[in-house]
Design a protein around this ligand. Structure first.
Ligand SMILES: *Cc1c(COP(=O)(O)O)cnc(C)c1O
Length: 396
């Protein structure tokens, strides 16, 4: 059990993958006149860019690699500060650190994503960029964040790793910021096991990101290489096997999200109207991926009791995405005398101690989403899960 795409791995993925395997050619670059070269990674990039409504997409080996390439492309280095939410996956922080920058944390709001007003409070002379993270498939307040960014001349990198397929006000996530990043890890909406993508509409940013992902080479290694390499890069390339699976998965994403939205609607309706709890704010209800249904209780004791009854946990106690639960990151912050540990971001702490993530498409105990439904749940199973939730809330 992981992300919804992993439930739908089937004949399409097998066919794409076999095409590559049978050809015997597994590297992402090749000659278009070579019949063995199936250019799956290239096709993935073309389809990804067009879906996001931007000109360029760059496939990478992971979402973390995509973030590092994007951060390097916008010029992060040497102590530049990037504002990130206090509720996110470790990669949002570690990518900034590996790019040479410093992550500056900001509070989240009832959408469980960056609060635009709090970003403004954290802006200082070294702030270069902000990284809105569309947590749990729910778009950030991109209008609010965009206007703060504009006012202070900050670059925007969308971390859309958990929100592939989502949109905000009709435009696909990832296409809003200067750059957007995606992950194809098993816990995301669609998956190739691992993998990532960077998107941008800016040619210069694309060229630089490309260089970082492939030892300084120009896009597709076209033209003269020796003497023309732009930056010192790394190898974050995707191979054709990953590209083949990712392509088949991407072509399912609209259907997948439509099914999740329909199942979430059914589930949500069946558990609404209970007293003392609400659903998290959706900045664009039409655009969310519907992978998770988060409920927020009035008080932490009740949230803890209900979660125990369901055999799950409140979000603050889930291991993976809460700043105060990341021992390695806390060590980094502590060594630099930066705010760290529980209590450093009280509004985030309070929200997460009152929240429970119910699974809809992403079933992941690490997210605190060990209870709920999945993409293949039948109407009957949805009704049963809803009844169990209502029962757990009763008399609590
Ligand atoms: C998954 C994820 C990433 C990147 O993850 P990879 O495992 O490297 O693909 C980055 N940010 C967030 C918010 C994520 O959930």
């Amino acid at each position: 059990m992981a992300g919804p795409g992993s439930h739908w791995i089937g004949q399409d993925e097998v066919r794409e993958l076999l095409e590559v395997m049978s050809s015997g050619y597994l590297f992402r670059y090749g000659g278009l006149d070579d019949p063995r070269f199936k250019h799956k990674v290239y096709s993935l990039e073309q389809e990804f860019a067009s879906r996001c409504g931007v000109r360029y997409a760059l496939a990478t080996s992971s979402g973390s690699a995509a973030l590092v390439c994007a951060l390097k492309a916008i010029g992060i280095g040497d102590g530049d500060e990037v504002i990130v939410p206090a509720y996110t996956f470790i990669a949002s922080y570690s990518s900034v650190i590996f790019a040479g920058g410093i992550p500056v944390l900001a509070e989240i709001d009832d959408s469980l994503s960056l609060d635009p007003a709090d970003i403004e409070r954290r802006v200082g002379p070294r702030t270069k960029a902000v990284m809105p993270v569309h947590m749990l498939g729910n778009p950030c307040d991109l209008d609010g964040i965009g206007s703060v960014a504009k006012k202070h001349g900050l670059r925007v990198i969308e971390d859309a790793c958990q929100a592939n397929g989502g949109s905000y006000k009709g435009r696909k996530l990832g296409g809003w910021g200067d750059m957007g990043t995606f992950s194809l890890n098993i816990f995301k909406t669609v998956t190739a096991g691992d993998g990532g993508v960077v998107v941008t509409d800016d040619e210069e940013l694309y060229r630089t990101a490309f260089g970082f992902h492939d030892q300084g080479h120009s896009p597709l290694r076209a033209g003269v290489e020796v003497g023309g390499r732009s930056v010192l890069g790394m190898n974050f390339r995707m191979n054709e096997l990953t590209g083949a699976v990712a392509l088949a998965q991407l072509r399912k994403i609209d259907r997948l999200i439509a099914v999740l939205r329909e199942k979430k609607k059914r589930f949500k309706e069946a558990i609404s109207g209970l007293e003392g709890l609400k659903f998290r704010t959706l900045n664009d209800p039409e655009g969310e991926c519907a992978t998770i249904c988060t409920v927020i209780f009035d008080g932490p004791e009740r949230a803890a009791l209900v979660s125990r009854r369901l055999g799950t946990t409140t979000v603050d106690r889930s291991g993976w995405h809460v700043y105060s639960n990341m021992e390695h990151f806390n060590r980094y912050l502590k060594e630099r005398n930066l705010p760290h540990g529980k209590g450093a971001y009280p509004r985030t702490d309070s929200l997460l101690s009152r929240a429970i993530n119910l699974s809809v498409g992403v079933v992941d105990a690490g997210l605190g989403a060990g209870f709920g439904i999945n993409i293949d749940s039948s109407p009957r199973e949805i009704e049963l899960a809803a009844a169990r939730f209502r029962e757990a809330c009763r008399g609590s």
